[in-house]
Design a protein around this ligand. Structure first.
Ligand code: 13P
Ligand code: SF4
Length: 338
């Protein structure tokens, strides 16, 4: 099938994929299903032929998250899944650092990313050379690196972390001073909870840095909403939040608290994907779109599976060193308090 040729619509698709449509609920406008369902069906067939598994981050659009993904979750969940995956082919619906992480943890698998240009402002904020310079300025201080970094930066690090275990990974280093990079807002959040001195970098998430404390206050005052925020938000936003946590922890917090209304201060698709799990909760915007996450589309997933293209390759030396840092993160595991 040529990349420009769309798989055909047939009336039985709605019946065959009724479960997908139900799971996605109002996250996908009903007018869009005639476009999505032929791709979802074509991807399902290819997935079987290729012996592939599709992983999708919580920020993927609902037609991907509910329509084609076998494994969904936050960065930590996807890394944990990659470490134990037994399919020949892994398609990572997320950004490039997530696909690299999967390849490092599953080096014997073919790991594909539908769009290799799906980057991340945090990952591009720092290089391996920057890490070496930081180490030289702070001799003896271990380096803890957020997974939102390149494989080369991970290879220069002692341990990786995600938003689900950043505090615990920092404390597991057993040091008075730790170099924590590259997200300065996550770093400040961790610093507020530990006596370990953190040396921070200037990196920011271009999506979460745009949120303001005023938006959080408005959601609470105008809609009587509880406010939950991702730790990549600026500190003044986190101060307004009832709960701060990873994308997985946000879902768990909603399960426990069941508020009437909630403002999820994070990427837009997060709320869309959670909405059907919590039909009694009203989701109040604000949200911002991650332009990198949104580069992943159903036609892109189809093309990459059909052609087995956009393979993630990492040189053996970098992969070996980065894996050691990722394994320390996996050993700490999920440690968020919800
Ligand atoms: P999580 O680790 O919470 O999935 O967040 C990853 C991310 O990129 C947030 O912007
Ligand atoms: Fe990177 Fe921010 Fe997009 Fe997450 S939301 S992938 S941190 S740019």
């Amino acid at each position: 099938m040529n990349a420009a040729v769309r798989p055909a619509w047939s009336p039985d698709l709605e019946e065959r994929y009724a479960d997908v449509m139900e799971r996605a609920g109002s996250g996908v406008p009903c007018l869009e299903w005639p476009f999505h369902l032929p791709w979802i069906d074509a991807i399902a067939k290819l997935k079987r032929e290729r012996g592939a598994v599709i992983m999708a981050h919580s920020y993927q659009s609902p037609e991907i998250f509910h329509g084609v993904a076998d494994i969904t979750g936050d960065s930590l969940a996807l890394a944990q899944a990659a470490a134990t995956v037994d399919s020949d082919v892994v398609v990572m619906c997320g950004v490039h650092f997530m696909a690299e992480t999967a390849k490092i943890l599953a080096p014997q698998r073919t790991v594909l990313i539908p769009d290799p240009e799906a980057g991340c402002s945090l990952a591009s904020s720092i290089t391996a050379e920057d890490v070496r310079a930081l180490r030289a300025r702070h001799p003896g201080a271990p380096v803890v690196t957020y997974v939102n970094t390149s494989a080369a930066v991970k290879a220069e690090s002692d341990a990786c972390c995600t938003s689900a275990n950043a505090l615990q990974v920092v404390e597991s280093m057993g040091a008075d001073k730790v170099i924590f990079l590259p997200d300065q807002f996550l770093g400040r959040h961790v610093a507020s909870m530990t006596s370990v001195q953190l040396v921070l970098w200037e990196g920011r998430c271009e999506v979460h840095e745009r949120f303001t404390a005023q938006q959080a206050r408005h959601a609470r005052a105008r809609f009587d909403a509880r406010v939950i925020a991702h730790p990549e938000c600026p500190p003044e936003v986190l101060e307004e939040a009832d709960f701060v946590g990873s994308t997985t922890a946000m879902g768990r917090w909603l399960e426990r608290e069941r508020p009437a209304r909630v403002a999820l201060i994070t990427e837009c698709s997060m709320g869309d994907n959670l909405r059907t799990r919590f039909p009694d909760i009203e989701f109040v915007k604000p949200c911002n779109l991650c332009p990198h996450m949104k580069r992943i589309t159903l036609p892109g997933i189809f093309d990459c599976l059909r052609d087995l293209r956009h393979r993630v390759e990492i040189d053996a030396e970098t992969s070996h060193r980065a894996r050691a840092a990722l394994e320390r993160m996996l050993a700490v595991g999920r440690r968020e308090r919800v």
